[in-house]
Structures are given as C-alpha cells and as structure tokens.
Design a binder for this molecule. Structure first.
Ligand SMILES: [Zn+2]
Length: 144
C-alpha cells in the first residue's frame, strides 16, 4: 500500500491530520497562507511561519476515476478528486472521494479524516451537504 512519506517540512502537518486537525502555514512577515508545507514563503521568501488552523473545506476542481489497481487490495474503480482549498484558494490538493455519488464541478466539500493504518491518517473529501451530524469536527478555539 502506498502511504504518505512525511519529510522535514510536512511531518508536523501529517501529525496534525492524524489528530483530526487541519492547518496551513502562514508567513510571519506578509501573512500569506501556503500549502503544502515548505520552508519558505513563496511570496516574500521569509522563513518564519506559524500554523493557521482552518476548516478543511474547498470546492471540487476536477477528478479522475481510476480503473487501474495501483494500490493492492483496493476496490476498483475508485475516484480521486482535486480540491481547491477554501483557506488557500490558489492551492489544489488531491484526495480520495468519500461521496455516495460522483462529485460535481464546483461543489462544496469538506475533509474527512480516514485512518488507514496506526498513526497514518489521510485527508479524504466528501460533499459538504452529505448530512454529517458533525460538519465542523475541529475545535472552535484554534490554538496557534
Ligand atoms: Zn511572506
């Protein structure tokens, strides 16, 4: 099975996701939010940053249906979506689709934390209107 390979910059982000938290980096100097985690601000090249906790929300930009069994044991076909993050609109992120139906272009989605292995959690995506009784699973008092 293919699993995330956290590196120096992304390891703290994966730890947050495993704890059911979503955050992006925010530049200490110019305030630009960025994703995925990296060492420098893409706008001003400043190294200093802090976490900006946010709701894992976005809109569907595109998707593919994979008929190729890249992942052993995976039930095929499966659907991978490309999501435009609400908190960093210039950023596109990929994930498994957890909707009961195919996605629609531009529809609002929310992140779904899926533990695939001990200590390894993926951020998947589902329709924002899927009837989840807990649409905002994050704490309401974000700590930075
Ligand atoms: Zn900056």
């Amino acid at each position: 099975m293919y699993l995330p390979q956290p590196d120096r910059d992304s390891a703290p982000w994966w730890e947050r996701v495993a704890a059911g938290e979503f955050a992006v980096q925010e530049c200490d100097s110019c305030g630009t939010s960025r994703f995925p985690p990296r060492a420098f601000c893409p706008r001003c090249r400043t190294e200093g940053w802090h976490w900006h906790e946010a709701e894992p929300e976005g809109t569907v930009e595109s998707w593919i249906v994979s008929h190729q069994p890249f992942v052993p044991g995976r039930r095929d076909p499966y659907l991978v979506v490309m999501i435009r993050l609400a908190v960093v609109p210039e950023c596109l992120v990929y994930g498994n689709w957890r909707g009961e139906r195919p996605p629609a272009y531009g529809e609002r989605v929310r992140g779904v934390y899926t533990e695939v292995e001990e200590g390894v959690t993926l951020l998947d995506w589902a329709p924002a209107d899927a009837g989840n009784p807990h649409p905002h699973p994050l704490r309401r008092n974000p700590s930075h």
